[in-house]
Unconditional design. Sequence first.
Length: 91
Amino acid sequence: DSPRRRVEAYDFDVDTGLLRNGRVFARMPTESGVPDGMCVDEVGGVWVCVWDAGTVVRYLPDGEGNAGTLDRTIEFPCARPTSACFGGIEG
């Protein structure tokens, strides 16, 4: 939810297709940009592009209540990264 500066998580019911148990997974500090596009890596890390901060950050779902803890920050030579994805031979 970009305007609220947070990333939300939900439980997904594969049988009904419904989302349940919404919760805040990660919050962006007010001095940073806002969360934009994101993707999930093979170990469950959530990579979030931070619009207006020139960074992509990774949160691991290992905090209390499965909340994310900031694991990594990568700076980019642009102010507004968006639409994270993975590529490569094994990607």
